[in-house]
Design a protein around this ligand. Structure first.
Ligand code: MEV
Length: 290
């Protein structure tokens, strides 16, 4: 049976999560981890093979992405799921590309973005589009949500980012709803996050300055109420181990912390000592048109 494959990269948000939902810019980077979707025609309904996360939204996403019944789908991911690393967007992008491969069509990043948006809505309600913008384009991106969305690819700095997994998933839709319900006080914090973004962009090649801005961004996210004791502890652990700076990355509630390091070894050792899942993420280069 012929198989068709598509890939979608995971992402890490350097700055601007939550604020991006309200029109502020965000900077995010595609990483060397992601989702691989393999599809093959089968009799019967479209279904994901055993071992795929048991998520009730997945069936609707598969139908939306693949257009019809009759596909057997295997999803392989080396992204921790629901941890703010864009796993659902990477699934959407991988499925869109697998379908294009099956239909022997080349597909531009713009088309991948549009098609993946409708799938991402199944998972997150009203996503800004940041996750699948990065997943479909690769590299480092400044993103402003639409309509029409603005994508600005930025030169990729040499960043050593250590990811610390809190061990629990955050629910993006719930976290976005929680911020929305706060009204005006949240908007003031979001504006301060938005004002950080150009500063982060200007500091991309200055590790200590960039690190300090990331830690400031974390403090604002904590004020916004989307951090947790665990995420704050992980930020502190990173700083104690000599990181230039650290912040939660993604919607928060659970998920991961990213730490910018000159030398990741002390942080990785400290994480191991505290039984924290930690790994280095390398930026993934911008994608070619498939
Ligand atoms: C995206 O990973 C995180 C949020 O900014 C939501 C969004 O952009 O849709 C919180």
């Amino acid at each position: 049976m012929t198989r068709f494959v598509g890939q979608g990269a995971g992402k890490l948000i350097l700055t601007g999560e939550h604020a991006v939902v309200y029109g502020w810019p965000a900077l995010a980077i595609a990483v060397d981890r992601g989702v691989k979707a393999t599809i093959e025609a089968t009799d019967g309904p479209t279904h994901a093979v055993a071992g795929t996360p048991d998520d009730p939204r997945l069936k609707a996403a598969l139908i939306q992405a693949l257009g019809r019944e009759g596909w057997r789908v295997t999803l392989e991911s080396d992204l921790p799921l629901g941890r703010g690393m864009g796993s659902s967007a990477a699934i959407a992008v991988a499925l869109v590309r697998a379908r294009a491969a099956a239909e022997q069509r080349s597909i531009s990043p713009d088309d991948v973005f549009e098609l993946a948006f409708s799938i991402e809505r199944i998972f997150h309600g009203t996503p800004s589009g940041l996750d699948h913008a990065v997943s479909s384009r690769g590299g480092l991106l400044r993103y402003v949500k639409g309509p029409p969305p603005h994508f600005t690819p930025l030169p990729c700095p040499r960043l050593t980012l250590v990811v610390l997994d809190s061990g629990s998933a955050g629910n993006t839709k719930d976290m976005v709803d929680q911020v929305r319900k706060q009204g005006e006080p949240a908007q003031r914090i979001l504006a301060r996050i938005g004002a950080l973004v150009p500063q982060v962009e200007a500091a991309l090649n200055d590790g200590p300055a960039l690190g300090a801005l990331l830690t400031q961004n974390h403090a604002l996210l904590r004020e916004l109420g989307v951090s947790s004791d665990r995420l704050d502890q992980l930020v502190q652990l990173a700083l104690d181990a000599g990181a230039w700076g650290a912040k939660l990355a993604g919607a928060g509630g659970g998920g991961v912390v990213i730490a910018l390091c000159a030398d990741p070894a002390p942080l990785l050792a400290s994480a191991a000592q505290h039984h924290i899942d930690a790994f280095i993420c390398t930026p993934a280069p911008p994608c070619e048109v498939q």
